[in-house]
Ligand binder design. Structure first.
Ligand code: 5AD
Ligand code: SF4
Length: 491
C-alpha cells in the first residue's frame, strides 16, 4: 500500500467571487496539512465541499442541482462526507439539510476554521447527523457579538490553489455595512471588519517569500478599509504605502471599491505608488437617481460623475470598470436608457452586467415588487452588453501600434484547450504557445511565446484587438526588476 492510499481525497467546487476563491484556497491548504489530496472527480473523492454564492438565485440553483445529483452517489458510497460552505451555508442553514438531506454539514463564511473538525466528526460518528457552524444573523445580538461570530479566516497557506504561483489574493477586510437594498452580502458575510495592517503586511511578506509577484487586496468595499493600530489610523492609502516596498512584490491591485469612499488620498496613492496598477473597479450599479435611491446606494449619478472626473484628473490612463444591475424594481425604459448613457459617458474598460435577482430577506424584497419581466431584463442586459463591447473594442483599438507591459500568467485559455485536444504534441512543433497576461491597466493581452515566460514581465507590441483582448507580439522580457533584455520569441 502506498502513502497515497492513506490520503483522503478532496473534491471542492467553488462558485462566486474572488473572496470565495480565496476561502477555498485557505480551506484546501488547511486540509492538505491534514493529509488530504485534491481530486477533480466527485466520484473518487471521499470528501466533497461546495463553496457557494447567494448573490443571485441562479448561483444557488446550480448548487442545489449539483447536490441533487450527489444523492445517488452518496447512496452507493455512504462513507462519503459532503459539506456546504460559504454564503448559502450562512443564509440557508437548515434549509440545505431539508432540500439535500445527504449533506453532512454546513459552515458559514465566518466559520471556515471549523471545517476540518466538522469533517473529522462526521467521519468518525457512528450515525450521521447534520452539523452546523454558522455565525449570528444581523439582528441576533449586539454589534460586537455579531461581529465576533464572523471570523476572518486567514491561516498560512500553500501555493497549490492560487490563480497562478505568482499571483495571490490577500483579504484586508470582511463583511459589508452598506446594506444596498438588493444585496444579501451584509447578511451572508456579516459586519464590516478590517484586519490589522501589521497582519496584512506580514502576509504579503510571506507570500512574496513564496514567489508571489502580484497581490490583489480583497474586500467587499475594499476602499472603506479603516483600522487603528498603535494609535495610527490606517486607511487603504496608508495600507498601500505600508506594503508597497515589500521585496518581490511588483504589482498591487484592490477590489471592489465603493464610489463614496473613493477619496483623493487613495487616488493620489494609486498615482504615486509605482506598483499600484492603473485600474479601479468601482461599480455604479445604475444610471438613474431614482433607481440608485431605491437601491440605497448612498450617492447620485452626479456624485459618481464627480468621482470619475477626479479619477481622470488624478491618474492619467487609469482604466475603470463597473457593475450594473438591469431590471431592478420599478426600472422604466427611460431609467434603463440612463444606465446606457452612463456607459457612454464613462466608457468603462469593461462592465459586469447582471439581471436583478430578488433575494429573500433583503430590503428590496420587502419594499418593492420585482416588476420587470424576465424577457425585458434579458433584452436590457443584452443592450448594455452590446454597447459595452462596442466601447471596449473602440478603446482597445487605441492601443494598436503601442506597447504595454504585461505580467505573463501562462498559456491563454484557447492554448490550454488546444493542448488538451493535442494529447500528443507533434514532434518538431515549435515551443511557442499563445500566452496571456494583463497590462498595467488590467487589460488581457495575448501573444506567442515560450510558456517558461510565465511569471515574468514582458513588453508586448499590440497589433490587433477584440472587445476583451489586446493581441500582440513580445518585444522584451524583463529579467530583473528595472532592467530588460531582448529575448527571441521562441527561446
Ligand atoms: N441581483 C443581481 N445582481 C446583484 N448584485 C448584487 N446583488 C444582486 C442581485 N440581487 C450584483 C451587483 C454587485 C455584483 C457583485 O453583483 O452588481 O456589484
Ligand atoms: Fe452588497 Fe452594496 Fe455591500 Fe456591495 S456595497 S456587498 S452591493 S451591500
Amino acid at each position: 500500500m502506498t502513502d497515497q492510499d492513506h490520503n483522503h481525497q478532496l473534491y471542492i467546487e467553488t462558485v462566486g467571487c474572488q473572496m470565495n476563491m480565496l476561502d477555498s484556497e485557505l480551506v484546501v491548504a488547511a486540509l492538505r496539512r491534514d493529509g488530504y489530496v485534491l481530486t477533480d472527480s466527485p466520484k473518487q473523492a471521499d470528501t466533497i465541499l461546495f463553496n457557494t454564492c447567494s448573490v443571485r438565485e441562479h448561483a444557488e440553483h446550480k448548487i442545489y442541482s449539483a447536490l441533487g445529483r450527489l444523492k445517488y452517489v452518496r447512496r452507493n458510497n455512504p462513507q462519503k462526507v459532503i459539506g456546504v460552505m460559504g454564503c448559502m451555508a450562512q443564509k440557508d442553514q437548515d434549509l440545505i439539510f431539508r432540500r439535500a438531506p445527504h449533506v453532512d454539514f454546513v459552515a458559514g463564511t465566518g466559520q471556515l476554521a471549523e471545517i476540518p473538525r466538522l469533517i473529522q466528526e462526521t467521519r468518525s460518528a457512528e450515525k450521521r447527523a447534520p452539523h452546523k457552524a454558522v455565525s449570528l444573523g444581523r439582528r441576533d445580538g449586539s454589534v460586537s457579538e455579531i461581529a465576533g461570530s464572523f471570523q476572518s479566516y486567514d491561516p498560512l497557506r500553500d501555493p497549490e490553489m492560487r490563480p497562478t504561483p505568482f499571483q495571490a489574493f490577500v483579504r484586508i477586510m470582511i463583511g459589508c455595512d452598506k446594506f444596498c437594498t438588493y444585496c444579501v452580502v451584509p447578511t451572508t458575510r456579516g459586519p464590516e471588519q478590517s484586519r490589522p495592517p501589521s497582519q496584512i503586511a506580514n502576509e504579503v511578506s510571506v507570500l512574496a517569500g513564496q514567489g508571489v509577484k502580484e497581490i490583489t487586496l480583497l474586500g467587499q468595499t475594499v476602499n472603506s478599509y479603516r483600522h487603528t493600530e498603535n494609535g495610527q489610523l490606517y486607511q487603504l492609502s496608508d495600507l498601500l504605502e505600508r506594503i508597497h516596498d515589500t521585496d518581490g512584490i511588483e504589482r498591487i491591485r484592490f477590489v471592489t471599491n465603493y464610489p463614496k469612499d473613493m477619496t483623493d488620498d487613495l487616488l493620489q496613492a494609486v498615482r504615486d505608488l509605482p506598483k499600484a496598477l492603473r485600474y479601479l473597479h468601482v461599480p455604479l450599479q445604475h444610471g438613474c437617481n431614482e433607481v440608485l435611491s431605491r437601491m440605497k446606494r448612498g450617492y447620485t449619478v452626479e456624485d459618481y460623475d464627480d468621482m470619475m472626473h477626479r479619477i481622470r484628473a488624478t491618474i492619467p490612463n487609469c482604466s475603470v470598470s463597473s457593475d450594473f444591475i438591469v431590471g431592478f424594481c420599478g426600472e422604466t425604459e427611460q431609467a434603463h436608457q440612463k444606465s446606457m448613457k452612463a456607459l457612454r459617458d464613462h466608457r468603462f474598460k469593461n462592465s459586469f452586467i447582471f439581471k436583478y435577482s430578488e433575494r429573500d430577506g433583503t430590503k428590496a424584497e420587502r419594499l418593492f415588487p420585482d416588476d420587470v419581466d424576465d424577457s425585458t431584463k434579458r433584452r436590457r442586459n443584452n443592450e448594455m452588453l452590446d454597447l459595452q463591447n462596442r466601447i471596449s473594442e473602440e478603446d482597445n483599438s487605441e492601443f494598436i501600434g503601442g506597447k504595454v507591459r504585461v505580467l505573463v500568467e501562462g498559456p491563454s485559455k484557447s492554448a490550454t484547450k488546444q493542448a488538451a485536444r493535442d494529447a500528443e504534441p507533434m514532434p518538431g512543433k515549435p515551443l511557442a504557445t499563445q500566452l496571456a497576461g494583463r497590462s498595467e491597466c488590467d487589460r488581457i493581452v495575448v501573444f506567442d511565446g515560450n510558456p517558461r515566460l510565465a511569471g515574468s514581465t514582458a513588453e508586448v507590441e499590440v497589433h490587433d484587438c477584440t472587445g476583451t483582448t489586446l493581441i500582440g507580439s513580445i518585444v522584451t522580457r524583463e529579467v530583473q526588476h528595472g532592467s530588460t533584455e531582448l529575448l527571441p520569441i521562441l527561446s
